[in-house]
Design a protein around this ligand. Structure first.
Ligand SMILES: [Zn+2]
Length: 253
């Protein structure tokens, strides 16, 4: 990256490149790094005073200055207009961003609840279908943070505890009652899949939800549909409308 006035060193604190310094631009409207800003400046150059001619009269000097003042005033007004437009756009983007954040927060809350429901309803033994989902989730686990995150989650972040994350987890397993083993296995496999998956990534929490949590019975909708179908068409309803309604209820059921 080429240098600009807003260039600052930045330290990577997470991930495989941790400890590496990068140079980043800290100006959102940097004339060097924001191409729109650069284009804007090129399209709207700051007005300059024309050079005086050699035999300029006092009148000409005054006219030249007046011309400059006028262009300067126009430039300023134009700048203010553009600034207002830009501000408006920024506000709109900010609102969009906040709405998106709120949507994600809600989604995350729901996912956390799903995760907890799956573990709480863990079956005493796994079927082949259960195991398949469990193994698929394990394959896609993040080995980089897995044991540490889980140990902190299960044991709390106790600074006086000198045991390694793995030791904490093994001790936890040794202390488990037999009927809690499947729940632990699900916790272990799904902990890293609670967060909202990136686009294109497999959603193992959704897979597990389908395999482990009892489905909502569609029975009420079905019986309602049956009832509707049993009602004799009234004189007022046209045969086509009734047919359509019947088709709809069949589909819903
Ligand atoms: Zn810059």
């Amino acid at each position: 990256m080429s240098a600009c006035e807003a260039a600052k060193p930045a330290l990577i604190v997470y991930g495989p490149h941790v400890g590496t310094f990068l140079t980043v631009c800290t100006d959102n409207r940097c004339p060097v790094h924001d191409p729109r800003q650069a284009a804007d400046r090129a399209a709207n150059p700051v007005p300059t005073v024309d050079a005086p001619t050699e035999d300029e009269t006092g009148e000409q000097t005054a006219a030249r200055k007046a011309d400059y003042d006028q262009r300067q005033a126009e430039y300023k007004a134009d700048q203010e207009r553009r600034e207002a437009t830009r501000q408006g756009e920024e506000d709109r983007r900010h609102k969009e961003y906040e709405a998106e954040q709120e949507r994600r927060t809600k989604q995350q809350k729901k996912r956390t609840a799903t995760f907890e429901r799956i573990i709480q309803n863990a079956p005493p033994v796994f079927t082949a279908a259960h195991l398949r989902v469990l193994l698929r989730a394990l394959v896609n686990m993040d080995p980089y943070t897995f044991a540490d995150d889980l140990a902190v989650e299960m044991n709390g972040d106790d600074e006086n505890d000198r045991r390694s994350a793995e030791e904490v987890l093994l001790t936890a397993i040794d202390g488990l009652a037999d009927d809690k083993l499947t729940g632990f296995a699900l916790h272990l496999a799904l902990a890293g899949h609670r967060s909202i998956p990136k686009e294109g990534e497999n959603d193992h929490l959704v897979e597990a939800e389908a395999a482990f949590t009892p489905k909502e019975k569609p029975a009420p909708a079905k019986s309602a549909g049956k009832k509707l179908a049993l009602v004799k068409p009234k004189k007022a309803t046209t045969p086509t409308a009734t047919k359509k309604a019947a088709k709809k209820t069949t589909k819903a059921a």
